[in-house]
Structure formats: structure tokens, C-alpha cells
Design a protein around this ligand. Structure first.
Ligand code: ZN
Length: 360
């Protein structure tokens, strides 16, 4: 890293790839201290998600790597006409009644002001390296800040899915999941424990792929053995991390011929309700081979309304989508949680609110 402080931001956000791109970009940015960066031009240039960049820039500002500037855009011609720090912004804007670029009389309102950033810290890299790398990176491309189409770019970039940053399994990981999935039906003889462990292991591996999550099968309480417990370190707006809370539990039932019923739901519900207060939302997952019986959905809805416990199910059908069709696990969780919270009865394949148009 050219900015070693960014390692801390990787720990906090998990957005490793995005931060590495930004690290390199800042290090080789020509006229670093003169160049004004905005969330939208950075998102565009580095092909990253608008909201992720926003979060990262906030951290960079706290770390003193960037400073905030305010850019006034002419409401008539859409060009950048003033750059100011926060202190002088109001007084400067008040005086700004004429655009030097389009020569119109103007009146600047708050929506004409965009927040930008300046890189104020030098990277840990020599000037010769900078010169070499800069020419490689940018070629002859112009990198002037262009303030046109800011809104359009914002909306374009919002379309990209932040969940893809945090759940991005490698080929090796997918292969491992495929093997684990196939092993669910191996011959375990009389050992139901071994058979159960196969599904527990698969769930653990799956959740360990998510940035910021740590899954284990080794947690007991004085009264219960929890099949799989997941610690979640992130609270990320626009993603399901926010819904999941700091810890959640999975009960695994590797029973190829038995549908999970109300008993399983009640058991998990009672374990969870002993570990939270009234106001907290908590998520529990029943991992099974078959879909639960019809009454489980109604029960899950009741649990949610009564005490904010949301029990969802992941079964073979879902695992196949995740492992073989490369659906995003976080997206699937979001779909399942929101379905209960909003009492959605439409088939997710039909409303596609949480599914990519290309898949299925
Ligand atoms: Zn103008």
C-alpha cells in the first residue's frame, strides 16, 4: 500500500479491492493537491460503486488523507465556477451572482453545491516511481475534473450492487462448496452426527466467504449446542449486513426426506429470544435440504411481529442457486429477510427485486 493507513479502512469496511484501487489512484494522481476528486468521478474512473466510495472517502477524511472542498456548479451552464473550503463557502457563494463561464446572472442554491475532496497527504513512494507508474496508468487520457452529468453518473453508479463487494467467492471456494454440497448425500451409515456435520461445514464455509463474517460450529450454551454461529463485524448501509446484526445463528438439518416443520422454528426462536433484548432485531437461519412446511412462513411472520426475531430458511434450492448459478448469498439473505418483514407473497422469481435480471 502506498498509503499504509488504508489497511485500517480495509479492516473496517472489507472493501479490499476498492481501497487498493483508490490507494494506487491517489498515489499516482498528477498534481495531487490541485486535483479535485468527487465521489462520482472517482466511482466512474475506478468503476466502483458510488455508495462504497462515499463510505471510503469519509474514512479517508477522518484519517487526514483527503480534505473536503465545496464546488459550486453554475445552474445555467453546469460548469464548475467556484471551489471553496467550508469556512469561506457561504460568504463566497453570497457574492457569486455572475458566471464567468457563461456570463449569465446566477443565484446559487444548495443543490448547486457538490462536495469534493483533495488529496492532502503524500504517499510513501519516490517521485521516479510516480512518474513511471503515472504514464502507465493514465496514458494520454485527460483527467480534468468534469462536472457535467454529475447526477446522471450518480444514478448510473448506484445500479451496481454493493453486495458484490462483500461476497465475492473465488473459483477455489466455489469448487470447495460444490464438493461439500455433493457430500451432503454421501453414505454416513448410522452416523447422523457425521451426516449433520456435512451441512454445518458447508454453511460455515459459505458464510466465511463474506467479508467481515466469521463462522464457527463450536459454540455451546449451557443448554444447547448451536450448529453454526456467525459473528458479523460490519454494519454497512445498503447491504444486508445491517439486518443481520452482530451475531446470528444457524440450525442445520441434513435430512434429505424431511421437511422442517414448526418444531424446528420454535426451537430456534426460543434459543434466540434468550439472547436478545426487546428492541433488537435478530436473525436465525434453518438450513435444510427441503423447503419447510407451509405453516413455517406464517410462524416466521408472527415471530417477527411479536419480537423482531426473523427466521429464514436456506434449502437445497437456494444452495444450488448460490453454488452452481453463482447467485449472491447476501442478496439471497436480503430477499428472504425482506420477504418476511414486508409480508411479500409474490414469488421472488417474479418480482426479481433481489435477483439479477441475467440469472434465471
Ligand atoms: Zn455558467
Amino acid at each position: 500500500m502506498y498509503y499504509p493507513e488504508l489497511l485500517e479502512v480495509i479492516d473496517k469496511t472489507g472493501a479490499k479491492e476498492a481501497i487498493e484501487k483508490i490507494d494506487k489512484y491517489f498515489a499516482f494522481l498528477p498534481n495531487r493537491s490541485e486535483n479535485i476528486i468527487t465521489i462520482s468521478n472517482l466511482a466512474n474512473r475506478l468503476e466502483l460503486d458510488y455508495s462504497i466510495i462515499g463510505v471510503i472517502l469519509k474514512y479517508l477524511y477522518e484519517l487526514g488523507i483527503v480534505d473536503k472542498v465545496y464546488i459550486a456548479i453554475c445552474p445555467e451552464c453546469g460548469r464548475e465556477i467556484l471551489i471553496s473550503n467550508q469556512k469561506e463557502l457561504i460568504s463566497k457563494v453570497k457574492e457569486l451572482d455572475y458566471c464567468i463561464k457563461c456570463r449569465n446572472e446566477i443565484f446559487i442554491k444548495s443543490e448547486d453545491i457538490v462536495v469534493g475532496y483533495k488529496v492532502i497527504k503524500q504517499p510513501e513512494i519516490g517521485s521516479v516511481d510516480i512518474a513511471i507508474e503515472t504514464s502507465k496508468l493514465f496514458g494520454s487520457e485527460s483527467h480534468n475534473f468534469n462536472d457535467e452529468d454529475i447526477l446522471e453518473k450518480m444514478f448510473e453508479n448506484h445500479k451496481e450492487n454493493p453486495n458484490d463487494f462483500f461476497y465475492d467467492p473465488s473459483e477455489v471456494e466455489i469448487e470447495k462448496l460444490k464438493k461439500a454440497f455433493e457430500s451432503l448425500d454421501s453414505d454416513y451409515g448410522d452416523s447422523t452426527t457425521e451426516q449433520g456435520k456435512a451441512l454445518e461445514g458447508l454453511m460455515c464455509d459459505l458464510f466465511n466467504i463474506c467479508d467481515g463474517m466469521h463462522a464457527t460450529t463450536d459454540i455451546r450454551t449451557p443448554t444447547n449446542q448451536i450448529d453454526c454461529t456467525i459473528r458479523n463485524d460490519y454494519f454497512i448501509p445498503l447491504t444486508v449486513y445491517r439486518e443481520l446484526g452482530s451475531i446470528f445463528k444457524i440450525e442445520c438439518k441434513n435430512e434429505p426426506a424431511k421437511k422442517p416443520d414448526n418444531t424446528y422454528y420454535h426451537k430456534l426462536h426460543s434459543i434466540i429470544s434468550g439472547n436478545k433484548n426487546d428492541k433488537e432485531q435478530a436473525i436465525g437461519i434453518i438450513a435444510s435440504r427441503l423447503e419447510p412446511t407451509g405453516t413455517c412462513k406464517t410462524l416466521a411472520r408472527e415471530f417477527f411481529l411479536n419480537d423482531r426475531i426473523i427466521i429464514i430458511n436456506i434449502c437445497d434450492k437456494d444452495l444450488k442457486r448460490i453454488i452452481f448459478e453463482k447467485a449472491n448469498l447476501l442478496e439471497l439473505l436480503q430477499e428472504k429477510i425482506q420477504t418476511i418483514k414486508n409480508n411479500i407473497s409474490t414469488d421472488p422469481d417474479k418480482h426479481k427485486l433481489y435477483r439479477k435480471k441475467s440469472s434465471s
